[in-house]
Design a protein around this ligand. Structure first.
Ligand code: NAD
Length: 261
Protein backbone atom coordinates (compact mmCIF):
# COMPACT_ATOMS: atom_id res chain seq x y z
CA UNK A 1 0.00 0.00 0.00
CA UNK A 2 1.41 3.39 -0.81
CA UNK A 3 0.13 6.76 0.30
CA UNK A 4 2.96 8.67 -1.37
CA UNK A 5 0.87 11.57 -2.67
CA UNK A 6 -1.31 11.73 0.44
CA UNK A 7 -1.27 13.68 3.68
CA UNK A 8 -2.40 12.20 6.98
CA UNK A 9 -3.35 14.46 9.88
CA UNK A 10 -3.49 12.67 13.22
CA UNK A 11 -4.76 14.58 16.25
CA UNK A 12 -3.26 13.71 19.63
CA UNK A 13 -0.22 12.11 18.05
CA UNK A 14 2.63 13.27 20.25
CA UNK A 15 2.43 9.95 22.11
CA UNK A 16 0.73 6.58 22.42
CA UNK A 17 -1.74 5.35 19.81
CA UNK A 18 -1.70 8.56 17.75
CA UNK A 19 2.07 8.55 17.33
CA UNK A 20 2.01 4.90 16.25
CA UNK A 21 -0.72 5.70 13.70
CA UNK A 22 1.25 8.69 12.38
CA UNK A 23 4.38 6.55 12.02
CA UNK A 24 2.42 3.77 10.28
CA UNK A 25 1.10 6.19 7.64
CA UNK A 26 4.59 7.68 7.22
CA UNK A 27 5.91 4.15 6.65
CA UNK A 28 3.49 3.97 3.70
CA UNK A 29 4.85 7.23 2.29
CA UNK A 30 2.28 9.80 3.47
CA UNK A 31 3.28 13.25 4.64
CA UNK A 32 2.22 13.69 8.23
CA UNK A 33 0.79 16.34 10.50
CA UNK A 34 1.26 15.46 14.16
CA UNK A 35 -0.56 17.29 16.92
CA UNK A 36 -0.81 17.24 20.68
CA UNK A 37 0.87 18.44 23.83
CA UNK A 38 4.14 17.54 25.50
CA UNK A 39 7.72 18.62 26.02
CA UNK A 40 8.85 20.62 22.93
CA UNK A 41 12.14 18.70 22.61
CA UNK A 42 10.36 15.33 22.77
CA UNK A 43 7.81 16.43 20.16
CA UNK A 44 10.60 17.67 17.89
CA UNK A 45 12.42 14.34 18.32
CA UNK A 46 9.25 12.46 17.34
CA UNK A 47 8.68 14.75 14.34
CA UNK A 48 12.22 14.51 12.99
CA UNK A 49 12.25 10.73 13.55
CA UNK A 50 9.20 10.43 11.29
CA UNK A 51 11.03 12.38 8.58
CA UNK A 52 14.34 10.54 8.88
CA UNK A 53 12.91 7.03 9.41
CA UNK A 54 10.52 7.18 6.47
CA UNK A 55 11.75 9.94 4.11
CA UNK A 56 8.50 11.92 4.30
CA UNK A 57 7.70 15.44 5.50
CA UNK A 58 6.24 15.87 8.96
CA UNK A 59 4.75 19.02 10.43
CA UNK A 60 3.79 19.64 14.05
CA UNK A 61 0.65 21.61 14.95
CA UNK A 62 0.23 22.71 18.56
CA UNK A 63 -3.52 23.31 18.04
CA UNK A 64 -5.64 22.72 21.13
CA UNK A 65 -8.40 20.25 20.24
CA UNK A 66 -10.77 21.97 22.66
CA UNK A 67 -10.69 25.16 20.53
CA UNK A 68 -12.68 25.27 17.28
CA UNK A 69 -10.72 28.21 15.84
CA UNK A 70 -7.38 26.48 16.42
CA UNK A 71 -8.71 23.28 14.81
CA UNK A 72 -9.82 25.17 11.69
CA UNK A 73 -6.43 26.91 11.50
CA UNK A 74 -4.61 23.56 11.84
CA UNK A 75 -6.48 22.02 8.89
CA UNK A 76 -5.96 25.16 6.77
CA UNK A 77 -2.27 25.20 7.61
CA UNK A 78 -1.91 21.51 6.68
CA UNK A 79 -3.69 22.03 3.36
CA UNK A 80 -1.51 25.08 2.65
CA UNK A 81 1.67 23.21 3.47
CA UNK A 82 1.04 19.83 1.81
CA UNK A 83 -1.81 20.65 -0.62
CA UNK A 84 -4.41 18.40 1.03
CA UNK A 85 -5.60 16.51 4.07
CA UNK A 86 -6.57 13.11 2.64
CA UNK A 87 -6.52 11.03 5.79
CA UNK A 88 -7.90 12.45 9.00
CA UNK A 89 -7.50 10.55 12.25
CA UNK A 90 -9.35 11.97 15.23
CA UNK A 91 -7.43 10.46 18.08
CA UNK A 92 -6.87 13.15 20.75
CA UNK A 93 -8.45 12.15 24.01
CA UNK A 94 -8.30 12.58 27.76
CA UNK A 95 -9.87 10.72 30.68
CA UNK A 96 -11.21 11.71 34.09
CA UNK A 97 -12.61 9.30 36.66
CA UNK A 98 -15.13 10.41 39.28
CA UNK A 99 -18.69 9.70 40.48
CA UNK A 100 -21.22 11.89 38.64
CA UNK A 101 -22.17 13.92 41.70
CA UNK A 102 -18.54 14.93 42.23
CA UNK A 103 -17.54 15.19 38.56
CA UNK A 104 -16.29 18.76 37.97
CA UNK A 105 -18.45 20.52 35.35
CA UNK A 106 -15.39 21.94 33.60
CA UNK A 107 -13.87 18.44 33.27
CA UNK A 108 -17.10 17.23 31.64
CA UNK A 109 -16.96 20.15 29.17
CA UNK A 110 -13.27 19.55 28.44
CA UNK A 111 -13.71 15.82 27.76
CA UNK A 112 -16.71 16.38 25.49
CA UNK A 113 -14.76 19.11 23.64
CA UNK A 114 -11.52 17.12 23.15
CA UNK A 115 -12.87 13.58 22.77
CA UNK A 116 -16.00 14.39 20.72
CA UNK A 117 -16.51 17.96 19.45
CA UNK A 118 -12.97 18.20 18.05
CA UNK A 119 -13.86 15.46 15.54
CA UNK A 120 -16.85 17.48 14.34
CA UNK A 121 -14.64 20.56 13.87
CA UNK A 122 -11.82 18.70 12.06
CA UNK A 123 -14.33 17.02 9.73
CA UNK A 124 -16.11 20.28 9.03
CA UNK A 125 -12.77 21.82 8.03
CA UNK A 126 -11.30 18.86 6.09
CA UNK A 127 -14.34 17.41 4.29
CA UNK A 128 -14.68 20.16 1.64
CA UNK A 129 -11.16 19.42 0.36
CA UNK A 130 -11.78 15.65 0.41
CA UNK A 131 -15.03 16.12 -1.54
CA UNK A 132 -13.31 18.35 -4.09
CA UNK A 133 -10.58 15.73 -4.66
CA UNK A 134 -13.05 12.83 -4.61
CA UNK A 135 -11.20 10.78 -2.00
CA UNK A 136 -10.91 10.77 1.75
CA UNK A 137 -10.53 8.58 4.79
CA UNK A 138 -11.68 9.56 8.27
CA UNK A 139 -10.88 7.35 11.25
CA UNK A 140 -11.99 8.11 14.76
CA UNK A 141 -10.28 6.48 17.73
CA UNK A 142 -13.26 5.54 19.86
CA UNK A 143 -12.98 2.88 22.57
CA UNK A 144 -14.67 -0.20 23.99
CA UNK A 145 -16.40 2.56 25.95
CA UNK A 146 -18.21 3.54 22.73
CA UNK A 147 -20.15 0.27 23.16
CA UNK A 148 -20.24 -0.46 26.89
CA UNK A 149 -19.90 1.62 30.03
CA UNK A 150 -17.82 1.55 33.18
CA UNK A 151 -18.76 3.41 36.35
CA UNK A 152 -17.16 6.80 37.12
CA UNK A 153 -16.29 7.53 33.48
CA UNK A 154 -19.49 9.42 32.57
CA UNK A 155 -17.95 12.07 30.32
CA UNK A 156 -15.57 9.65 28.58
CA UNK A 157 -18.28 7.04 27.93
CA UNK A 158 -20.71 9.72 26.71
CA UNK A 159 -18.07 11.21 24.38
CA UNK A 160 -17.06 7.79 23.01
CA UNK A 161 -20.68 6.72 22.42
CA UNK A 162 -21.11 10.13 20.76
CA UNK A 163 -18.18 9.65 18.42
CA UNK A 164 -19.60 6.29 17.32
CA UNK A 165 -22.82 8.09 16.36
CA UNK A 166 -20.97 10.92 14.63
CA UNK A 167 -19.00 8.30 12.68
CA UNK A 168 -22.21 6.70 11.36
CA UNK A 169 -23.78 10.04 10.44
CA UNK A 170 -20.70 11.29 8.58
CA UNK A 171 -20.38 7.93 6.81
CA UNK A 172 -23.91 8.24 5.44
CA UNK A 173 -23.44 11.87 4.38
CA UNK A 174 -20.17 11.11 2.58
CA UNK A 175 -20.98 7.67 1.20
CA UNK A 176 -21.16 8.79 -2.43
CA UNK A 177 -18.03 10.92 -2.33
CA UNK A 178 -15.48 8.10 -1.97
CA UNK A 179 -14.91 9.21 1.60
CA UNK A 180 -15.20 6.54 4.28
CA UNK A 181 -15.68 7.19 7.97
CA UNK A 182 -15.05 4.49 10.56
CA UNK A 183 -14.11 4.18 14.17
CA UNK A 184 -11.70 1.85 15.88
CA UNK A 185 -12.64 0.79 19.38
CA UNK A 186 -9.67 -0.53 21.32
CA UNK A 187 -9.84 -2.16 24.71
CA UNK A 188 -6.84 -1.59 26.99
CA UNK A 189 -3.84 -0.63 24.89
CA UNK A 190 -0.28 -0.91 26.14
CA UNK A 191 0.99 2.69 26.18
CA UNK A 192 3.64 4.40 28.32
CA UNK A 193 0.78 5.91 30.32
CA UNK A 194 -0.65 2.49 31.18
CA UNK A 195 2.80 1.11 32.01
CA UNK A 196 3.48 4.03 34.35
CA UNK A 197 0.32 3.27 36.38
CA UNK A 198 1.46 -0.24 37.33
CA UNK A 199 3.96 0.52 40.15
CA UNK A 200 1.51 2.90 41.91
CA UNK A 201 -1.35 0.41 41.71
CA UNK A 202 0.93 -2.38 43.00
CA UNK A 203 1.82 -0.22 45.99
CA UNK A 204 -1.67 1.14 46.64
CA UNK A 205 -3.37 -2.27 46.54
CA UNK A 206 -0.50 -4.49 47.70
CA UNK A 207 -0.60 -6.55 44.51
CA UNK A 208 2.01 -8.13 42.27
CA UNK A 209 2.57 -6.79 38.75
CA UNK A 210 0.72 -9.83 37.32
CA UNK A 211 -2.25 -9.27 39.65
CA UNK A 212 -2.47 -5.60 38.67
CA UNK A 213 -2.44 -6.53 34.99
CA UNK A 214 -4.83 -9.53 35.12
CA UNK A 215 -7.23 -8.60 37.91
CA UNK A 216 -7.34 -4.79 37.76
CA UNK A 217 -6.37 -3.53 34.31
CA UNK A 218 -7.42 -6.49 32.19
CA UNK A 219 -10.34 -7.57 34.37
CA UNK A 220 -12.77 -7.03 31.49
CA UNK A 221 -10.41 -8.14 28.70
CA UNK A 222 -10.81 -11.93 28.21
CA UNK A 223 -7.50 -12.47 26.38
CA UNK A 224 -5.68 -11.01 29.42
CA UNK A 225 -3.34 -9.30 26.99
CA UNK A 226 -3.05 -5.65 26.06
CA UNK A 227 -3.75 -4.44 22.54
CA UNK A 228 -0.58 -2.91 21.08
CA UNK A 229 -0.38 0.53 19.48
CA UNK A 230 1.04 -1.12 16.35
CA UNK A 231 -2.07 -3.32 16.04
CA UNK A 232 -4.36 -0.28 16.20
CA UNK A 233 -2.16 1.52 13.65
CA UNK A 234 -2.23 -1.46 11.28
CA UNK A 235 -6.04 -1.42 11.30
CA UNK A 236 -6.02 2.33 10.58
CA UNK A 237 -3.75 1.76 7.58
CA UNK A 238 -5.98 -1.07 6.34
CA UNK A 239 -9.04 1.21 6.57
CA UNK A 240 -7.33 3.58 4.14
CA UNK A 241 -6.59 0.87 1.57
CA UNK A 242 -8.65 0.10 -1.53
CA UNK A 243 -9.64 -3.21 0.08
CA UNK A 244 -11.57 -1.22 2.69
CA UNK A 245 -13.36 1.13 0.29
CA UNK A 246 -16.73 -0.50 1.07
CA UNK A 247 -16.22 -0.34 4.82
CA UNK A 248 -17.87 2.79 6.14
CA UNK A 249 -19.84 3.70 9.25
CA UNK A 250 -18.34 0.71 11.06
CA UNK A 251 -17.28 0.54 14.67
CA UNK A 252 -14.39 -1.92 14.70
CA UNK A 253 -13.56 -3.48 18.04
CA UNK A 254 -10.00 -4.45 18.90
CA UNK A 255 -10.50 -5.29 22.53
CA UNK A 256 -9.41 -8.86 23.28
CA UNK A 257 -13.06 -9.92 23.48
CA UNK A 258 -14.15 -7.30 26.04
CA UNK A 259 -17.39 -6.28 24.31
CA UNK A 260 -18.30 -9.87 23.34
CA UNK A 261 -19.35 -10.41 26.97
P1 NAD B 1 -2.07 9.42 25.20
O1 NAD B 1 -2.31 10.23 26.43
O2 NAD B 1 -0.76 8.77 25.00
O3 NAD B 1 -2.43 10.29 23.91
C1 NAD B 1 -3.37 11.32 23.90
C2 NAD B 1 -2.90 12.37 22.92
O4 NAD B 1 -3.88 13.43 22.90
C3 NAD B 1 -1.57 13.01 23.31
O5 NAD B 1 -0.81 13.27 22.14
C4 NAD B 1 -2.00 14.32 23.95
O6 NAD B 1 -1.02 15.34 23.91
C5 NAD B 1 -3.19 14.66 23.09
N1 NAD B 1 -4.08 15.66 23.65
C6 NAD B 1 -4.66 15.70 24.88
N2 NAD B 1 -5.39 16.83 25.00
C7 NAD B 1 -5.27 17.50 23.81
C8 NAD B 1 -5.78 18.75 23.35
N3 NAD B 1 -6.57 19.54 24.08
N4 NAD B 1 -5.42 19.13 22.09
C9 NAD B 1 -4.61 18.36 21.32
N5 NAD B 1 -4.11 17.18 21.72
C10 NAD B 1 -4.43 16.78 22.97
O7 NAD B 1 -3.23 8.32 25.22
P2 NAD B 1 -3.61 7.13 24.21
O8 NAD B 1 -3.90 5.98 25.07
O9 NAD B 1 -2.65 6.99 23.10
O10 NAD B 1 -5.03 7.67 23.67
C11 NAD B 1 -5.28 8.02 22.34
C12 NAD B 1 -6.76 7.81 22.04
O11 NAD B 1 -7.07 6.42 22.20
C13 NAD B 1 -7.73 8.56 22.97
O12 NAD B 1 -8.82 9.05 22.22
C14 NAD B 1 -8.18 7.47 23.93
O13 NAD B 1 -9.46 7.75 24.47
C15 NAD B 1 -8.21 6.27 23.01
N6 NAD B 1 -8.16 4.97 23.68
C16 NAD B 1 -7.09 4.61 24.45
C17 NAD B 1 -7.08 3.37 25.07
C18 NAD B 1 -5.92 2.89 25.93
O14 NAD B 1 -6.04 1.86 26.59
N7 NAD B 1 -4.77 3.55 25.92
C19 NAD B 1 -8.16 2.50 24.90
C20 NAD B 1 -9.24 2.91 24.10
C21 NAD B 1 -9.21 4.15 23.50
Amino acid sequence: MSFKSKTALVTGSTSGIGLAIARAFAAEGANIVINGFGKPEQIETARTAIESDFGVRAHYSAADMSKADQIQAMVKEAEGMFGSVDILVNNAGIQFVSPIEEFPGEKWDQIIAINLSSAFHTMKAAVPGMKARGWGRIINTASAHSLVASPYKSAYVAAKHGIAGLTKTAALELAQHKITVNCISPGYVWTPLVEAQIPDTMKARGLTKEQVIDDVMLKAQPTKEFVTVEQVAALAVFLCSDSASQMTGANLSMDGGWTAQ
